[in-house]
Write a protein that binds this ligand. Structure first.
Ligand SMILES: C[S@@+](CC[C@H](N)C(=O)[O-])C[C@H]1O[C@@H](n2cnc3c(N)ncnc32)[C@H](O)[C@@H]1O
Length: 296
């Protein structure tokens, strides 16, 4: 079969699956299998495809038909312009999380730079802690775009730590280190005695009873990355309470949140004594980020 016919067949097979884009996904999948870019597929429609590639393509499309996420089939996802290796068992990084990373990068480059110069004079550097690293998307993007920073990343899942380390290696980054364990306890267990300028987290935040009704694709993602307890807010309560002991003066605690959790997370931060608390919206005008400054 030639490229054009195979793409048409992929599209026909995927027709009608919820939450899919049959045309784009067929092109992405075939370009991945042929190890070429998307344009090659558009420009070489008459090229014959090897039977092995054709079989792989149809096998993968059939899994996609069952609602299995494309990113796990391709074993990668792009985030902040970087390619992240993925396996089932680790959360697929989402575009809305790029807002959190963007915001942190701006903070580091604009607000913290003068302070950083002061700190550097004493031989130190800006330190960021990412709680619940998953594939390493947040930690590694910050490390990549802010070389003046050292990022510590923590996750309770062995698999997440393994995948985050693969991505660290692939991106060739030295200014980041990952630790396995339960939130701040991972630091203690590894004898890390640091305080941070920024603590960031995109924690599990789905209400437990909502997990079974998530769209089919999300049901293939690890429950450990989704389950935020009965009201979805367990991690915000735990992290906000303990983070005060790990933040430097004027340090920032910043979260990604579910679209309907803005006010509740703001209240948690306020009860814990954080100041200048703000909620930021994503491009769909949903609340998506909450941050506050450590109180004195
Ligand atoms: C929503 S995912 C976020 C992954 C990644 N930061 C991202 O934005 O794509 C939450 C992550 O928190 C991790 N996690 C869950 N409970 C944890 C705990 N008690 N301590 C540390 N990490 C935890 C999960 O394994 C998962 O990787």
């Amino acid at each position: 079969m030639v490229i054009r016919e195979l793409i048409a067949k992929g599209m026909a097979l995927m027709e009608g699956i919820e939450y899919s884009n049959p045309h784009l996904e067929s092109i992405l999948l075939l370009s991945h299998l042929l190890k070429v870019d998307k344009n090659y597929i558009y420009l070489n429609g008459d090229e014959e495809v090897d039977i092995e590639v054709e079989e792989d393509f149809l096998r993968i499309i059939n899994r996609r038909k069952e609602g299995y996420p494309l990113q796990y089939l391709l074993k990668e996802e792009e985030f902040m312009g970087l390619k992240f290796y993925l396996e089932e068992g680790v959360l697929i990084p989402r575009p809305e999380t790029e807002l959190l990373v963007d915001f942190i990068i701006k903070k580091i480059n604009e607000d913290l730079i003068t302070k950083e110069e002061l700190i550097r004079a004493k031989g130190s550097r800006i330190k960021v802690l990412d709680l619940g690293v998953g594939s390493g998307a947040i930690s590694l993007s910050i490390a990549k775009y802010c070389p003046q920073v050292f990022v510590y990343g923590v996750d309770i899942s062995d698999k997440a730590i393994r995948i985050a380390n693969i991505n660290k290696e692939r991106l060739g980054l030295e200014n980041v280190q990952f630790f396995k364990g339960d939130l701040f306890k991972a630091l203690e267990d590894n004898n890390i005695d640091e305080k941070f300028n920024i603590i960031a987290s995109n924690p599990p935040y789905i209400r437990r009873e909502d997990i079974t009704s998530l769209q089919p694709e999300v049901r293939h993602e690890p429950v450990l990355a989704l389950d935020g307890g009965l009201d979805g807010l367990d991690f915000y309560r735990r992290i906000s309470k303990d983070a005060k002991d790990y933040l430097l003066a004027d340090g920032i605690l910043i979260y990604e949140i579910g679209y309907d959790q803005g006010q509740q997370v703001k209240d948690i931060l306020s009860r814990e004594g954080y100041r200048d608390i703000k909620i930021l919206k994503d491009y769909s005008a949903n609340d998506r980020i909450v941050y506050g400054i450590r109180g004195r």
